[in-house]
Structure formats: structure tokens, C-alpha cells
Design a protein around this ligand. Structure first.
Ligand SMILES: Cc1cc2nc3c(=O)[nH]c(=O)nc-3n(C[C@H](O)[C@H](O)[C@H](O)COP(=O)(O)O)c2cc1C
Ligand SMILES: CCCCC(=O)C(=O)O
Length: 390
């Protein structure tokens, strides 16, 4: 009972207040405010932006906020078990880490810090193809299951070799990102002429060309990243290539970026191992629906035949609860990890995960759930179901 024994002082001693950044964060929003106050503008803008008018970016949050919890009471919640598995691998709670590119812009240790924090929290990390630390170095940083996110390059041999490197390094699945044949237009990046800072590289491509995101073709009037994607990423990618992906390595394949039940059905016909509902953190096609609104129809179409995950806007334990109630096996977080990194590297990511884990546990206790299978569809309802009754 530290709180009782030391009613004053302890909290004040730990408060860190860099210029404009505020006191120690108590929620994800405050981690973001800290990152905004401390990161270079071009890095923060790249991390935070959505595409175009950022309507979907707001919707990813707003749609969670429109869902209301329907708790059950008096159900002995003295012990709560949040453990589950994703593609057979154990995680301590169903909140995992989505791939985000270029994490060393947020903190010097970048992806290594994220991997270590995930290991300490016993959750799963997905490493981006566009990491600023190599696939091998991240594997060596922490002994815990990880997935590798694969972008398919025009150079298929380079792509296949990267997938094989991930397999050799012990990654447990390939998450193929299918929503990025071209890079969405993030206007702040255009304004900032965003490019990877010179001291960093796309570490998986060192020596293979394409290790820097700076090749603009228009005299530098656009985001350097958009030109980089245009020159290297394979826009011809199509469903039949799932077979090709199967042929290049033996890892299970997760399709990241499914937004309709129609495509979920095609994905299953192609024999994918899991479906990841994502609108890429609202960074690709603006005005697509929020992922939590896309989820129920996709879960219905999949009908239990494979695991379904969700990312996009998850900032609260109740968001994860809502996604599980609507049929997701687990959720993934993108930006909150970057805000944790910006705050205090490995410890910051650890704190972000701890916060979400604790909030999720509390959401379970306050809804009368002691294990994940207690989380029911009926525990979440849309706000209009109340408004229509008044
Ligand atoms: C800065 C940033 C970089 C990202 N880089 C990648 C990437 O390299 N590969 C990928 O598949 N998705 C990438 N994403 C998308 C995330 O994996 C994820 O879908 C999204 O961030 C989830 O939304 P959230 O940030 O609201 O949690 C990126 C997202 C952000 C914000
Ligand atoms: C091909 C895009 C890589 C980075 C990314 O996914 C993002 O910025 O959203």
C-alpha cells in the first residue's frame, strides 16, 4: 500500500516535465501529447497522420466511442485470466503490436526496445519490413514469438529472400500487407517533404538498394516515402500471388488489410491462415469505415474458419474488449507503441502495454468476465439502440 504509506512526494518525484510535455502520462492520449511535444515535427507528423481529410482517422476512434458496454454484475471477478493464443502462440493478453515503420525516429533503440518490451509483457510483436533495425537483430533481442510484416517488392527475389530471412530468424508468421499498392496521401508528409533521417536506414535492405526513403521524382515536392513506394512496391500483387507467397517459405500467412466480407471469403478460398481487419491506421484510403464497424460482417463471413484480428484506433482497454465481443481473436496497436517509444524507449512501450492490459482487465471485471470466453456479443451495443428508446 505505497499509496497509503507515502501520501505525498512519491508521485511528485517521478514526474518528468520536458518543455510543454506535461506530467507522467496516465493514458494513451497523454503519451501522444508527450510525443508531440518532444519529437521532431516531421517524425511526429509522419507517425500521427492519416490520409487526406483524416475522416477515417477520426472514425477509427469515434466508432469505438459510439459503442456502449452492457455489463453483467455479481459474478465473482476476484481472479481474471486474460491469456490467449494467436495462431497457436501464447500471449498474456489479447493486445499485440502492429508493424510500424522506422521506429528509430521515435527512440534510439527503436524496434529493439519494442521487442524487449513485448517480451517483458509476453505479447506478440509484428516487425515491419521497413524497420530501422534488421529482422535478425530484432529476433535476437528478445526470445518471444514474433511475426514479420511483408511488403511485396517489384523485385520478387528480394522479397522472397526477406521472407526466408524472417523464417530462418524464427518469426512465426508472415503478415502480408495488401492495402498499400500505392502510398496513401498524408498531407503533412507532403508539406514536410518527409524522408527518413540520413543517420537511419531501412535496415532489411542494406546493400540491396532501397535502404533510404528519399528518392523523390518530382524535384522534392512530395513525401519522399510516396516516391519510394512508387519505385519499389509491386502494384501487380493479386490473389494468385498468395500461392507464390506459400511457395517461398513455410510460415503461416496472415492477410493484413482486409476490409470487406467479400475479400475475407476470397482470402479463405486462397487458404490464408488468418485475417487481419485493418484500414492501415486510416493512412491509405480516406473515408473507408472504421475497423470496428467493418469487423462484424467479416467475422460473420469467416464463421469461425480462421482467426480474425483488428487494428485501428485501439487506445483503451474497453476498445479491445469491444473488438473481442464482436468476434476478434486479438487486437493490435500501432501508434500507441510509437508514443511509448518517444516517451521512454523500452520502458515507455512497456508502460503503454501495461496501461492497456490493466484497462482491459478492469473492463473484464466491470462486465463480470473472468476469462476471455466470458466476453459476449451482448455486452456491447450501439448507442442508437438506447437513443431509439427514449
Ligand atoms: C507510422 C506508421 C507506420 C506504419 N508502418 C506500417 C508498415 O510498415 N507496415 C504495415 O503493414 N503497416 C504499417 N502501419 C499500419 C499499422 O500496422 C496499423 O495497421 C495501424 O497503425 C493501426 O492503427 P493505430 O495506429 O490506430 O493503432 C503503420 C502505421 C503507422 C501509424
Ligand atoms: C509502404 C509504406 C510503409 C510505411 C507505412 O506502412 C506507412 O507509413 O503507413
Amino acid at each position: 500500500m505505497d499509496f497509503v504509506n507515502h501520501p505525498m512526494g512519491a508521485a511528485e518525484e517521478t514526474v518528468r516535465t520536458p518543455t510543454g510535455a506535461g506530467p507522467e502520462p496516465v493514458n494513451i492520449r497523454e503519451f501522444e501529447a508527450y510525443a508531440k511535444a518532444t519529437l521532431p515535427k516531421n517524425a511526429f507528423d509522419y507517425y500521427a497522420s492519416g490520409a487526406n481529410d483524416m475522416i477515417t482517422l477520426r472514425e477509427n476512434r469515434a466508432a469505438f466511442e459510439r459503442l456502449r458496454m452492457r455489463p453483467r454484475i455479481l459474478r465473482d471477478v476476484s481472479h481474471v485470466d486474460t491469456r490467449t493464443t494467436v495462431l497457436g502462440d501464447p500471449v498474456a493478453f489479447p493486445i499485440c503490436v502492429a508493424p510500424t515503420a522506422m521506429q528509430r525516429m521515435a527512440s534510439p533503440e527503436g524496434e529493439l526496445a519494442t521487442a524487449r518490451a513485448c517480451a517483458r509483457q509476453q505479447t506478440l510483436m509484428t516487425l515491419s519490413s521497413w524497420s530501422t533495425t534488421s529482422v535478425e537483430d530484432v529476433a535476437a533481442a528478445a526470445p518471444i514469438p514474433k511475426w514479420f510484416q511483408l511488403y511485396v517488392y517489384k523485385d520478387r527475389e528480394l522479397t522472397a529472400e526477406l521472407a526466408r530471412r524472417a523464417e530462418r530468424a524464427g518469426y512465426k508468421a508472415l503478415a502480408i500487407t495488401v492495402d498499400t499498392p500505392v502510398l496513401g496521401r498524408r498531407e503533412a508528409d507532403v508539406r514536410n517533404r518527409f524522408k527518413l533521417p540520413a543517420h537511419l536506414t531501412m535496415a532489411n535492405f542494406a546493400g540491396a538498394g532501397g535502404s533510404h526513403a528519399e528518392g523523390t521524382k518530382d524535384g522534392g515536392k512530395d513525401s519522399g516515402l510516396a516516391a519510394y513506394v512508387a519505385s519499389l512496391i509491386d502494384r501487380t500483387l493479386q490473389w494468385k500471388d498468395v500461392q507464390w507467397l506459400r511457395s517461398i517459405c513455410n510460415l503461416p500467412i496472415v492477410v493484413k488489410g482486409v476490409m470487406t466480407p467479400e475479400d475475407a471469403l476470397v482470402a479463405m478460398q486462397c487458404g490464408v491462415d488468418a485475417i487481419w481487419v485493418s484500414n492501415h491506421g486510416a493512412r491509405q484510403l480516406d473515408t473507408v469505415a472504421s475497423t470496428i464497424e467493418l469487423l462484424p460482417d467479416i467475422v460473420k463471413a469467416v464463421n469461425g474458419r480462421c482467426e480474425v484480428y483488428l487494428d485501428g484506433g485501439v487506445c483503451r482497454g474497453t476498445d479491445a474488449f469491444k473488438a473481442l465481443a464482436l468476434g476478434a481473436r486479438a487486437v493490435f496497436i500501432g501508434r500507441p507503441v510509437l508514443w511509448g517509444l518517444a516517451h521512454s524507449g523500452e520502458d515507455g512501450v512497456y508502460q503503454v502495454l501495461e496501461l492497456l492490459k490493466k484497462e482491459f482487465e478492469m473492463a473484464m471485471q466491470l462486465t463480470g468476465c473472468t476469462k476471455l470466453s466470458d466476453i459476449q456479443r451482448s455486452m456491447v451495443t450501439h448507442v442508437v439502440s438506447y437513443q431509439s428508446k427514449i
